[in-house]
Design a protein around this ligand. Sequence first.
Ligand SMILES: [Fe+2]
Length: 312
Amino acid sequence: MPDTIFRNWSSDFSRDWGRKPIRIDHTLSQNDLFSKEALAELIERYPIEHYSLMRTSSRGEEKKIWRRGEVGGLSGHEVMAQIASGGLWLQLRELKLVDKRYNDLLQSIYAEARERVPGFHSFGHEMGILISSPNAKAHYHADLPGQALWQILGRKRVYIYPAAEPYLPQVELEKIALTGLESALRYDPEFDRDALVLDLEPGQMLTWELNAPHRVENHDELSVSMTTEHWTEEIRREQMMTVANGILRKHFGVKPKRGSADGPAFWAKAALQAGWRRSPWYKREQRKMMPVDFRLAPGTTTTIVDIPAYVV
Ligand SMILES: [Fe+2]
């Protein structure tokens, strides 16, 4: 197994990390933790509360489908074969809680990034694996923490947009921060003129400016990718400010200006958002998980059976 995570690092990456979209070579595609055998084994024992198996419309299907299911008694290889045949994606969330080996890897990724990027001190690391069907899409959205996308198998086309108006309206970012719902962003095909479009191959990772909206299209092949998330003191302060501005706008009818993440105004807002976290409004706006209402059944292509819906 290779001993570094990043390959062909350049000083430009140290300068642009977290500020601009950058594509960097990595060695994880050769890591045993991402072999098909390792992934199959992981799928078979993954706790349902930590995964989302989604049935989506595939190419040629007119009707919009969006359902959550369980892998049932299929082997990990059978699950991957059905995903490869279309209309499914499987997200293994909170990987670091489920298997310590992945947490060790996550820590070494960020330790290496810290060595390579001066002043980069991150915490609150998370990772997940996404196994998705040929031509699957991730719709236009923005994420709150710092993010990276690591391609392991198959290719994806990634569209990255500026983290500024009109691509990311401030009011929309506040909504995302308040509700945790990332789908709140409006997409306009005109935006594509200003998008940076990159094809991501196995062995490449991509990271971008904080909150930059993006969307992803798989090529016509099975895709396995990993996402990592992190916070820094700077990102946390931005987030506190965004939440506080969202509260002011939504519940107090104030039109807040984006302030600097420092000084007395910042700390007043920080106190406001800390109170928000404990309020009943916050709980009401938290993401509601979709109920599970199907199970995969044996078959050479995607085969599902309906089951009585339940909430995990
Ligand atoms: Fe994302």
